[in-house]
Design a protein around this ligand. Sequence first.
Ligand code: NAD
Length: 317
Amino acid sequence: MKVIITTPSFGKFHNGLVEEMEEKGCDVIKLIPYSREQMLVEIIDADAWIIGLENADKDLLQHAKQLKLIAKHGVGIDNIDIEAASARGIAVTNAPGTNNDAVADLAFGLMLSVARSLPEANRLVKGNGWSRFDGVSVWGKTLGIIGLGAIGRGVAKRGKGFNMDVLGYDVSPPSPEEEELNIVRVSLNELLQASDYISLHVPLNQYTRSMISENEFSLMKPNAILINTARGGIIDEKALYEALLESKIRGCGLDVFEKEPPVYPELIELKNLVVTPHIGAYTNEAVQLTSEISLENVYRLLNGETLKNVVNEMKLV
Ligand code: NAD
């Protein structure tokens, strides 16, 4: 069985995972760094693809003659054309519950970083400078969470630890875990108007694209701090640039961008913006778990067993 791996994180914190796969009967092709040109050739006779953030679009999938599984090494599946995969009988799986704590940690870290200008303060002292930065408190403030799935709830738990009032907005009914957390559900507009910190945790899709744009910024408090560790495209970057430039909000922390690496230099240069290079899921612990879950599906395919975490409801045996 031919398995293509295109994510550099797969097996990074395991010894000999690829060797183990080969022993079990996988013919492993690592396409790292990723090259679409090479992928167009390799995908023709591949059976499984362990994918990171690479684009699995309709054009590419048309070349796959025997692909049965795209195993996402992560949670977000917006880089995969699910419809095209389903039409070709390819199961798409992901790895839920593996990186939620890693992303929730980063979201909280970005909140603290923006609130206390940590990157700027660090730069200053390392450059032999010494001056004061006036920050704002995180402790005891109001935190608004958009998307109360695994990551959103994780951020809520951290917020509770910081004595915050936690507001939430989601289109799905509350889970039992959410109910235990005492999150106050409000409308999106109410959340935007009342929160000191706003953290985004919805998937990117046709309903959430540009969910935060000019109108939403106009509703936020002038002292609001916005965090996006979900996906670029959920915030309209032009509207964000204007909101930060005109101090409509206090600051923003971004781990994700409309285009990655980001191509909006005026935005990146703003002092009240803290940025990281899409590292939300990258802790040793989360990567290890994600690799194990992705690989389990490859082995299930190899052994003719039912796949786990199939997101396009295809049942392959
Ligand atoms: P999840 O599926 O557990 O939760 C998503 C929540 O969003 C669900 O409760 C859902 O009902 C809600 N939702 C969907 N559409 C909505 C809408 N239009 N309005 C309001 N709520 C809506 O997912 P998760 O594990 O919490 O991950 C959330 C997102 O975080 C992923 O889709 C992914 O894009 C992103 N993510 C980023 C990184 C990173 O490295 N920065 C890592 C993992 C995940």
